[in-house]
Design a protein around this ligand. Structure first.
Ligand code: HEC
Ligand code: HEC
Length: 485
């Protein structure tokens, strides 16, 4: 069960944003820091670094997420940081500065079985930690030694062993993932440069192979499947042999990196149109005064960005939490249509049809060599410029080859329901579009056809050009059914 501190507890405490520092990392081999995105670095200096009174993007980010050695738990985020958020009920004084602090968790949550430290989030002791000498998980009583000058009061909030899941996740991630995905999750680890496709840059919060609707985020189950089984046909390995609790910790850490990256992007988006270095230059060229721009920026940081920093966090928390709900899941409205020669034939017609136009990218025989793979695409980052090389490009600006469907290797899983999800939801971040308005029966026919492509004895030999309307299609001469085994 998730131990994510509930928002109810937080509102009870009357807090808008609650961030706990998580204890430092002891493994010096992993000394490193998170990098800032290109977007952040291209902002005007004050927007990036902030001013004395007002936080800029870097500080907003560091205060909420910290750095690999000093991770922070922004309680509002839907991440299981580990440990439990508790409230102090009463304090009993013992001789020689020892105290017994009685703690309680919100209804529905449980106190941890073991506890080594307390970290205070609010009250006179906020930010400080205490070593737990004795712990009674039944009564929630922690025996600690604290000097008299430090005031702990009833209703203070404190984390018991806070952040244990996240620090475990960080450790595993640095060992097994960072050389490809990078310390910050920017997909730019030292091994990444030798790969296509590139390791995922998590910072857009965009994931390709998910079982949720096209507007929803990736679910924890999807991430779990990816980490356990890898992505066939790419360098993404399978980590099936790790323990369940390790999978859990890694996934929470990937979510943490994705949320950090997305939060950064959103903050930058608030500022970049008026306060990037480039915007500044063109404003100066348009005879705006330097002082006026500076003044406007300071006001923006003090009012607008301060407000956005809260609302953007809340919006992100909501949309990520929603991905794990039933409503987000792709559920076909009809059961799979039986895999018959008729169904495959219908699927093939749809595949070649002008309306769906799968063949435009995947080619008439599914080999991944349709006309779009030899056309020059417009570069969305550079107005009116075409890419230098022909073919489609993904959101990360890498060449995006339509899948060769003759190989029968599916990155998002090869179960019929996986292919249904890929076609219905599309592949986010890639050029594979969503076909969510296509009737579900038709999608099942296409799934049946796609699954049969590797077994076609004479692929493409029908000579049917993709421009031919489906009505006038001659049924394929032979649709072979794979031998039952
Ligand atoms: C040898 C390099 C390599 C290592 C090590 C590696 N990955 Fe990946 N990973 C990749 C590549 C390449 C992709 C992109 C595949 C694609 O786009 O189809 C990827 C994609 C992913 C995705 C995105 C899936 C999606 O649906 O978009 C996740 C999540 C992921 N990796 C997590 C991890 C985690 C967690 C670890 C460590 C436990 C890890 N990876 C280790 C290379 C690697
Ligand atoms: C605009 C181009 C385009 C169109 C149209 C298109 N695809 Fe794709 N498709 C792609 C690209 C690109 C990929 C590879 C995405 C990736 O993994 O990054 C892909 C991947 C796939 C995959 C592989 C899924 C996996 O798990 O590996 C299947 C299956 C697929 N497409 C089927 C279809 C079908 C069926 C249609 C028509 C209903 C279609 N595609 C239309 C571009 C397209």
């Amino acid at each position: 069960m998730s131990l994510t501190p509930s928002l109810k507890l937080l509102t009870l405490a009357g807090l808008l944003s609650l961030v706990t520092a998580i204890s430092g990392c002891t493994d010096s081999a992993f000394e490193s820091s998170f990098v800032y995105s290109q977007g952040t670095l291209s902002l005007m200096r004050e927007a990036r670094d902030g001013t004395k009174e007002n936080l800029g993007v870097k500080r907003l980010l560091d205060d909420r997420f910290g750095n690999p050695q000093h991770l922070k738990a922004w309680a509002e985020m839907p991440i299981d940081f580990g440990g439990a958020l508790t409230t102090v009920v009463e304090i009993k004084e013992l001789p020689r500065g020892r105290k017994v602090i009685k703690l309680t968790v919100e209804e529905g949550q449980t106190l941890p079985a073991k506890a080594a430290n307390l970290k205070f989030v609010t009250g006179g002791f906020a930010g400080a930690g205490l070593h737990v000498e004795e712990w009674n998980s039944e009564t929630g009583e922690a025996t600690v030694t604290a000097s008299e000058s430090l005031t702990i009061s009833a209703s203070d909030i404190c984390a018991v062993d806070g952040g244990t899941v996240l620090t475990a996740g960080r450790m595993l991630y640095m060992r097994h993932c960072s050389h490809c995905h990078g310390t910050s999750g920017d997909g730019n680890g030292p091994t990444a440069r030798y790969m296509t496709p590139k390791p995922r840059d998590y910072r857009n919060g965009v994931f390709k192979f998910k079982s949720t609707n096209d507007m929803s985020k990736v679910s924890r189950n999807d991430l779990s499947r990816i980490v356990k089984y890898g992505i066939p046909g790419t360098y993404m390995p399978s980590f099936l042999l790790l323990k369940d609790e390790d999978h859990h910790a890694i996934i929470e850490y990937v979510r943490f990196l994705a949320l950090r990256g997305e939060y950064e992007r959103k903050l930058v988006a608030e500022l970049s149109s008026d306060f990037s270095e480039n915007a500044y230059k063109s404003r100066i060229n348009a005879s705006e005064k330097k002082e006026d721009i500076q003044k406007e920026l300071v006001e923006f940081l003090a009012v607008d960005l301060k407000e956005s920093a809260k609302t953007l966090g809340a919006d992100l928390a909501e949309i990520w939490a929603a991905a794990d709900t039933e409503e987000a899941a792709i559920v076909p409205s009809v059961a799979r249509i039986p895999d018959t020669p008729e169904s495959r034939r219908r699927g093939r017609e749809l595949f070649l049809s002008k309306t769906l136009n799968c063949a435009d990218c995947h080619g008439i025989d599914g080999a991944g060599n349709g006309p779009q793979t030899i056309a020059f695409e417009k570069n969305p980052l550079k107005a009116d410029e075409l890419y230098n090389e022909p073919g489609l490009h993904d959101d990360w600006d890498n060449l995006n080859q339509p899948r060769n469907l003759q190989l029968g290797m599916y990155r998002g899983g090869r179960r019929p329901i996986d292919l249904f999800s890929r076609i219905y939801g599309g592949i986010k971040g890639s050029r594979m579009p969503s076909f969510k308005t296509t009737p579900h029966e038709d999608i099942w026919h296409i799934v049946n056809y796609v699954l049969s492509i590797p077994f076609e004895t004479d692929p493409g030999a029908t000579g049917i050009a993709p421009s031919v309307a489906p009505e006038s299609l001659v049924p394929p001469a032979a649709v072979t059914v794979p031998a039952a085994n």
